[in-house]
Design a protein around this ligand. Sequence first.
Ligand SMILES: [Fe+2]
Length: 588
Amino acid sequence: MRILGIHDGHNATACLYDSGRIVAMASEERFSRKKNQSGFPRLAVQWLVDTYGLAADHLDLVAVAGLATPMQEFGQQIGPWYRLASTMSRIVPSKITTSPALVKPYLALRRIGTPRVRQLARQLAPYGVPESKIRLVEHHTCHAHASYWLDLRRRSDPTLVVTLDNTGDGSCGSVSVAKGGEFRRLKSYQSLQSIGMMYTAITRYLGMKPVEDEYKVMGLAPYARSAQAETVYQILRAHLDLSADGLDIVNKTGLWEDAYVQRFQRELAGFRFDNIAAGVQRLVEELVPGLLRAWSRTTGVRKLAVGGGVFMNVKLNMLINQMEDFDEVFFLPSCGDESNAAGAALKCAWDLHRSAGKAFDPEPLGALYLGPAFTNLAVEAALTRYAGQLQWRKCDDVERETARLLAENRVVGRMSGRMEFGARALGNRSILARADSLNNVRKINAAIKMRDFWMPFAPSLLAERSADYVINPTKSPAPYMILAFPSTALAATELIAGLHPFDLSCRPQVVEREWNPKFHHLLTCYEQLTGVGAVLNTSFNLHGDPVVCTPANALDTYLRSDLDAVTIEDYVIWDPDRLDMPTACRPC
Ligand SMILES: [Fe+2]
């Protein structure tokens, strides 16, 4: 059974489900080079077609996330009407344009813009996919199915499946209990109840980019040290709170989106930015665990799987992971809408199995290396453009040589094997550096990242050494950088550049040998050289760009940055103006 999964909203993504497994998944931005690209993921679909020989008669279904047409597509379809509506929404007070009475007609309008399936059929026509093979899957059903089926430890049912996000298909969240593959939805939260929307409104109020920079607000929160943060929290809680039984979310003022931002200009004037960040983070850290606790007690279920953009908040996840109400929690990695491509495909695979009377038991999510890979030949072809400008050398053991460069305190871009799916670089498209030198934070920021000064970096840890660095008494798996932990005293010396500079929390990638043997080998070599079982790992991209995908992207990024060297597959590559021939690469 083969199903093409598509998410065509913010950060559009395509994936291939094949006989019980998500075998490939990548976001459109990696191919188009436009960060968080929305719309039909034409290039990602083309990559799947080219790589896996997808023809319409080899596809059982095309599963598309979302009943409503994504905003951007909708805007293009209704053209002048959309522009008029946008203008009106600026003129008419936002509270009216986002009132509950108007949300439903608005969504209905989006559904009829151009019938969604017909529009998708047009986009899929080059691949010969007939309209009859297209299925639409409701937004939070996608989040829930992705979180449940991809759970690393799904075997222990029943599972409480909770999704929370900004908004999708008129909802901002859902609660279900899944048992033996059967879902029972207990609750849907309407868009106006959105905790994620409140966080986004604060992000916008603080002058950052909404639906993108929420993680920066989270990173800013620990710096607050005043009673002001508590006051901000009380102000926000006067807008959004839980019901008395904790099972529902109550929007007490009926504000949403722009209307929040307008109100904050009055209510939060004079409060310092870090206190505002801390106030909204505290709100999320109170409301979400409160909601989860109430549902766990009501259902008696102690196993939890979560998805939706709210659970990209690694500090919130740290608290959830410490809750005594749950024995196990699965945090879906890159659980924003990009993972809904997989959720849609899994939901449709589940439907097909059920209608055929078969049990459905797909493989849990493993390593996230689900994108394109490139051969040494492709690297050589890309390098020919740079003869005379760059030097390179093919190595027998490029991981050992990379470890040697890192030990010499070089900052190295690494590209190897299949590209990671999702927001985090997990070693295959990563910038690596020594994590015991705070100077490297400054160096990486100056060389390539230009990160906001308060933002932390994260480390990749050898699985065998993780207990030396992070405090994880429940032994929660942490292969994806979606979960933060308190750190140990040793981490504060050996990994200081990979911790949050203020609260010393750590959002690690714990690297198991089976999940990425080459990267594990690199870390092992580095440990032999330095005694430290971890390196600083940040995504391989220039500030504001998507993570690199191809050898050409990696070389271009290297030349436009001040990285010391780059490795692509078996090649070490360097600019002789920046680096003498690396000692590790001298002929023996
Ligand atoms: Fe969502």
